[in-house]
Design a protein around this ligand. Sequence first.
Ligand SMILES: Nc1ncnc2c1ncn2[C@@H]1O[C@H](COP(=O)(O)OP(=O)(O)O)[C@@H](O)[C@H]1O
Ligand SMILES: [Mg+2]
Length: 406
Amino acid sequence: MPKGRVGKLVGLTGNSPAPPRTLTGINEFDRVTGGGLVPGTGVLIGGDPGIGKSTLLLQAMAALSGKGGHVIYVSGEEAIDQVRLRAERLGVAGRDVMLLAETNVSDILATIRESAPVPTVVVIDSIQTLWSPVIGAAPGTVSQLRAGSEALIRFAKQTGASVLLVGHVTKDGQIAGPKVIEHMVDTVLYFEGDRGHQFRILRAVKNRFGPTDEIGVFEMSDRGLQEVDNPSRLLMGVRDTSTPGTAVFAGMEGSRPLLMEVQALVSQSSLGTPRRAVVGWDSNRLAMIVAVLETRAGIAIGAHDIYLNVAGGVRVREPGADLAVAAALVSSLCAIALPFDAVFFGEIALSGAVRPIGQTEQRLKEAAKLGLNRAVIAAGAETPCVTGVDLKLMDDLSALAAWITS
Ligand SMILES: Nc1ncnc2c1ncn2[C@@H]1O[C@H](COP(=O)(O)OP(=O)(O)O)[C@@H](O)[C@H]1O
Ligand SMILES: [Mg+2]
């Protein structure tokens, strides 16, 4: 092995300025990138086919070009005409976005290197179409995907452009998915949502330059994606009047509170093994809560069919939703509607105890903002006082069941 050069060791403290940022002007997008794109970095945007990745990026890039950014949009999937048609539909056809329909990585690199000035952002839609003749593998394979993405990320580092790589999430594994390049990029965003619903959530899952729990909320319309700056209001807007089995959960998505409606339907089962169907929540977590209700609170629910749904196509990840789920289950089982103006949050332990969760004050404030003035939460938390919200403190699930049925 050749003798290496001696590097210079430096201390942890020093003068490192914050990186500059490129804002697109679409707030929900800028929030998720951690306050704007960082020049010279690679960003992966993954999501199911048809979820709206191309739409989002075309809108964001059009907005950016309107602020003086120099944008190149490379489409490997759609012909120029198709991209133009979409731009027209989105009302951004007049914007200064340069298009290139190309899949050959060497040709893409040659083109973007030639571009003067250096592009602020290059979008590659999608990495699955990238293809390099020097790699002896078919397009869409892991080696093609890696080599192409690597070359483009190198371009970003060398020139200071931000490179946005679009990747389709593939279910069958026939074609390589975005997972295989997650480690190469600085930021990974996923665009999620239920295709049957209008909501789309952009979520950061990795970010070397910002927090990873931020989300951006959009609504899909025929004019493209609209920003939703008050998602709770939209979710609450679709509520019908109190029916047994619905409970509002005050959740947190990143730094912002989000109210969601949990719906449960508990019905007599005619099957030996009762049915369980869960949409928008973790089915293992449901099994646990059913077991805890049965064992610790003496509620005979285990032999029933149970359907659980989170309204609006949202997916809840917080264990803090346990209490809302338990309340919805008991309410449906007993056919007693919960108070229309109540929110629920708290984690349930295997002992049946209700445990406090973080950011209580923010959750309560969001509830108050939307006119929900009762909160059923864990006892034992240092409970902040929020004007307009009455607190009902619960020690355990037996207390919750007693309160609902009283
Ligand atoms: N002509 C159209 N009119 C209204 N909505 C459309 C039209 N074309 C596409 N869409 C919407 O945009 C979505 C496709 O978004 P797109 O950005 O192409 O997804 P992706 O790039 O993630 O595959 C479709 O699922 C549909 O909801
Ligand atoms: Mg697309």
